[in-house]
Design a protein around this ligand. Structure first.
Ligand code: ZN
Ligand code: ZN
Length: 294
């Protein structure tokens, strides 16, 4: 499996790190027949993703960007994926894992539904000095293994953050990170199994995120770059194929893993009888306990 595109390798070699970085969402190391799921797909999914899953239609956690649903889309949780075992060849999770309070469950679900995948998160160093209120984990890679630390609150070291914000922050977020994005992010490909360790599994990361202030800014591209990206997105997407995917054949009940039967505007579990609504062709697959506590 060659993970990076030739174009990305080319621009990296030339030292155009920014261009190489912007190409990463256009590439997925699978052949054209592979079925690709993206979890936490939000408002800007990878072009190659065939099926999308997100927890919310709208959320502050992605700066209220509306959910893109231009291909088969499902609402549900990454920690309780509504898909049958190994129903996908590849799963993309880009800037989602760090939002989970249960990384072990999250990763075991990715491994259950797909044969291989790609995970991208901000690197732990950035999270420590420039913490985000909705990020519950600090993640880095050591010796080919994801090393995950659960945050016991949104800011681990207020003193360090204060020192950083006083002088260095504008330089780092405005100049250094956009110029050298690879150093500040974790990009992790896996196949078959996901090597990881949670260094503090006993820590509770389910705290309420504070709602004040703005969060990580989404960088905006220049007009020419976004135009080019849109063209490339169209070329690398599988728009026609995506329309033919029967999502019901991939889904399973999130309460009991039973098979589902399609009715007018709902999917009913053949085993436990639970019924999942379908809104605007989007199955809403929240498990029972989460519906009750909402
Ligand atoms: Zn994030
Ligand atoms: Zn069921």
């Amino acid at each position: 499996m060659r993970n990076e595109s030739l174009a990305m390798q080319f621009f990296l070699k030339l030292g155009f790190e920014k261009v190489a970085w912007s190409l990463r969402r256009l590439h997925c190391p699978v052949d054209k027949n592979a079925l690709v799921l993206e979890v936490g797909s939000g408002g800007n999914p990878f072009s190659r993703s065939n099926v999308l899953l997100d927890a919310y239609e709208e959320t502050r956690e992605r700066h209220w960007a509306p959910l893109t649903s231009d291909r088969p889309t499902v609402l549900g949780f990454a920690e309780r994926l509504p898909f049958q075992d190994k129903s996908f060849d590849f799963v993309i999770a880009c800037h989602v894992l760090e939002h989970s309070s249960d990384p072990a469950k999250f990763l075991s679900e990715l491994k259950r539904v797909a044969k291989a995948g790609y995970i991208e998160v901000p690197d732990a160093f950035m999270e420590r000095i420039n913490p985000y209120r909705d990020h519950r984990l600090e993640i880095t890679v050591r010796n080919g293994e994801l090393v995950i630390r659960k945050k016991s609150g949104w800011m681990a070291e207020p003193e360090t953050v204060e020192l950083y914000e006083d002088r260095v922050k504008p330089l780092l977020t405005g100049k250094l990170i956009p110029k050298h994005p690879f150093a500040f992010h974790v990009r992790f490909y896996w196949e078959g199994t996901i090597p990881f360790k949670v260094v503090n599994p006993e820590t509770d990361a389910t705290w309420q995120a504070p709602v004040v202030g703005s969060q990580c800014k989404i960088p905006t591209n220049g007009r020419l770059r976004s135009l080019l990206q849109n063209v490339l997105k169209r070329v690398t997407s599988q728009k026609a194929r995506n329309q033919t995917i029967n999502i019901n054949e991939l889904l399973q009940c999130t309460n009991c893993a039973g098979r589902l039967e399609a009715h007018m505007d709902k999917l009913i579990c053949k085993t436990c009888d639970f019924s999942f609504p379908v809104r605007n062709r989007i199955p809403v697959m929240y498990p029972l306990q989460d519906i009750q506590c909402q």
